[in-house]
Design a protein around this ligand. Structure first.
Ligand code: PGA
Length: 249
């Protein structure tokens, strides 16, 4: 049985004091469950303050990006060891917003996934198509390529710890959630790609999330699909409602 993983992607929201308040509020509402892992992926400056709130609880902390180098003259960047030492265990890699606004390619995503593993950070690797790509009928080819390149030269042992987030770009922040069937179809396809790469055991261990307008009313149905092992939640992770998503049956 794969353990469900529900991660909140706070994006560029919440100052340190607001972040602490939100984390405390959510902490009081989120039920501790053996079968669900909950992660708050917060802006860099919120990592330390939120860590103070969630340390010694079952909630995990994640960053939303990392830089490829260990240290040095990279003004404005944050290294994997800085993230790890500040209390993160997870990191989102290759979110579509980073791909679109900051030029992250599949090759950069692969390099960042390697760095994450070198520092014992679990990568939440984002893949997904635009509306045009879906209309062109290339969703599966594209997602296959994104998944394969992201995991290039990653050992089966490491890959089995990775999380893949299938996030159709047309569903992100739009309120147009993919139907359960659309989401399941692509998540099942990703598992087939993982099977092709790593075989049955590893492909059945890797957790695949759906992301894109997940909310308190659609989470339960999405998470009940056979190949959807949780969600990456943006907008709805900034409200008390996030607990309804983490507590979903
Ligand atoms: P959304 O964002 O839930 O606001 O659609 C999801 C994401 O971008 O990870």
């Amino acid at each position: 049985m794969r353990k469900r993983i529900v991660a909140g992607n706070w994006k560029m929201n919440k100052t340190p004091s607001e972040a602490k308040a939100l984390a405390s509020e959510l902490l009081s509402l989120i039920k501790h469950r053996e079968d669900v892992e909950v992660v708050f992926c917060v802006p860099y400056v919120d990592i330390a303050p939120v860590f103070e709130v969630i340390q010694n609880t079952t909630i995990s902390l994640g960053a939303q990006n990392l830089y490829l180098e260990e240290s040095g003259a990279y003004t404005g960047e944050i290294s994997p060891s800085m993230i790890r030492e500040s209390g993160c265990t997870h990191v989102i890699i290759g979110h579509s917003e980073r791909r679109a606004y900051f030029g992250e390619t599949d090759e950069i995503v692969n390099a960042k996934v390697k760095k994450a593993f070198e520092h014992d950070l679990i990568p939440i690797i984002c893949v997904g198509e635009t509306l045009t790509q879906r209309e062109q009928g290339i969703t599966k080819e594209l997602v296959r390529l994104q998944t394969k390149v992201a995991l290039l030269d990653i050992s089966p042992e490491k890959a089995s710890l990775a999380v893949i987030a299938y996030e159709p770009i047309w569903a992100i922040g739009t309120g147009h959630t993919a139907t359960n069937e659309q989401a399941e179809e692509v998540c099942a396809w990703i598992r087939e790609v993982l099977f092709e790469m790593y075989g049955k055991e590893v492909s059945e261990r890797i957790r695949i999330q759906y992301g894109g307008s997940v909310n308190a009313s659609n989470a339960e149905a999405l998470f009940s699909m056979p190949n959807i092992d949780g969600g990456l939640v943006g907008g709805a992770s900034l409200k008390a409602d996030f607990s309804v998503i983490t507590n979903a049956k």
